[in-house]
Design a protein around this ligand. Structure first.
Ligand code: ADP
Ligand code: MG
Length: 286
C-alpha cells in the first residue's frame, strides 16, 4: 500500500470518528474474518443499574443491599458501582478481597460475606436457588448473589441496556462476511439473552479476564484474521492479542492505549465502516 493512500484513508476515518493509531491495522481490516466483541460496555451501554433486589425469605431488602454495598465500596467494577449507588450510604467492611471475574469477599460486622456471581458463591459451598437465577439471566440481567456466614442472603439483579446501534452493526458485519463472536465474563444465561437481542449466534461466557486473550488467539487459529472490540481494563490483553483492535471511545484508558483504532462514536457500526474504508483504500492502490 502506498503511504499516500493510507494517509488519505486515515484522514477519512478520522472525519468519521474512526481514529486509526496504527496504519497497518487499517490495511489488515480488509481481511477481517472474525470479530470478537466484549459484551459489557461494548454491545451494551456499560452503565449497569440495580433493577431488583430479592432478599432470602427471612430477610429484608435494605440490609441485604447494605451488606453487599459494604464490600462493593472497595471494588472498581461497574457492577460494584451500581450496588453502591442503589444502597446509598454503606457501612465500612473490616476486610475485602476482590476476585477478578468473580466477585468480592470479606468481613462486615464480624460476618463473612460473599458478593458475586452464582458460580463464585457456590464455589464457597453456599446453596444458591437456581429458579431465581434462571429468571434473572433469562431477562438478560446479571445476578449478583449476596451470602453471609455461609448462607444465601439474596440476589441483586443488575441491568445494562443493549446499545441502540448494536443489532444493526452486527447484521452489517455479518453481511460483510465478518463472523461476530461475543466474549464475556458474565453468566451464560445473561450472555445468551444479550446475544439473541443483538443477533449473535456464537458466544463464550464465564471467560475470566486472564483467559480473554487466549480466546482471541484460538479464534485466530481457527478462523483467520481476528479483530477484537472492547472497552474495559480487562479487555486490554485480548485487544493486544488481536490482529486489529478497536476500543470504544468512552472506554478505559487502558483499552484505548492497547487498541489500534478508537471508535469515537461508541458505535460498532464504526467497525463495519473501518472494514469498508480498508477495502476502499486498498482497492485504490491496486
Ligand atoms: P465482563 O466480561 O462482563 O466485563 P468480568 O470478568 O469483570 O465481566 O466479571 C465477570 C462476572 O464476575 C460478572 O458478570 C459478575 O457476575 C462477577 N463479578 C466480578 N466482579 C464483581 C463484583 N465486584 N461484584 C459482583 N460481581 C462481580
Ligand atoms: Mg466491557
Amino acid at each position: 500500500a502506498t503511504p499516500t493512500a493510507i494517509m488519505v484513508g486515515t484522514g477519512q476515518g478520522a472525519r468519521a470518528g474512526i481514529l486509526v493509531k496504527n496504519a497497518e491495522a487499517l490495511e489488515r481490516a480488509e481481511k477481517l474474518a472474525v470479530l470478537a466483541v466484549d459484551k459489557t460496555g461494548t454491545l451494551t451501554e456499560g452503565r449497569p443499574a440495580v433493577v431488583e433486589v430479592c432478599p432470602a425469605p427471612d430477610l429484608e431488602r435494605e440490609p441485604v443491599l447494605a451488606l453487599a454495598a459494604a464490600l462493593e465500596a472497595a471494588s472498581a467494577h461497574p457492577l460494584a458501582r451500581a450496588v453502591v449507588e442503589a444502597a446509598g450510604a454503606a457501612v465500612a467492611a473490616e476486610t475485602v478481597d476482590t476476585v477478578a471475574g468473580k466477585g468480592v469477599s470479606g468481613r462486615v460486622d464480624g460476618r463473612a460475606v460473599l458478593v458475586g456471581s452464582p458460580g463464585f458463591v457456590r464455589e464457597h459451598g453456599v446453596e444458591v436457588p437456581a429458579a431465581i437465577v434462571d429468571r434473572v439471566v433469562g431477562a438478560g440481567r446479571t445476578p449478583v448473589i449476596v451470602a453471609a456466614d455461609g448462607r444465601y442472603a439474596g440476589l441483586i439483579a443488575i441491568a445494562d441496556p443493549v446499545r441502540a446501534s448494536s443489532a444493526a452493526a452486527v447484521r452489517r458485519l455479518q453481511s460483510e462476511g465478518v463472523k461476530v463472536v461475543m466474549l464475556t465474563g458474565d453468566h451464560p444465561g445473561t450472555a445468551a439473552a444479550v446475544a439473541q437481542a443483538v443477533g449473535i449466534d456464537d458466544f463464550q461466557a464465564g471467560v475470566l479476564p486472564a483467559d480473554k486473550a487466549a480466546a482471541v488467539a484460538r479464534l485466530a487459529s481457527a478462523r483467520g484474521l481476528v479483530g477484537m472490540a472492547g472497552d474495559g481494563i480487562n479487555d486490554a490483553p485480548a485487544l493486544a492479542a488481536a490482529d486489529v483492535s478497536f476500543a470504544m471511545g468512552g472506554g478505559s484508558d487502558v483499552a484505548l492505549d492497547a487498541a489500534d483504532v478508537t471508535l469515537v462514536r461508541n458505535d460498532l457500526n464504526s467497525v463495519a465502516d473501518a472494514v469498508d474504508l480498508s477495502r476502499a483504500t486498498l482497492s485504490k492502490i491496486r
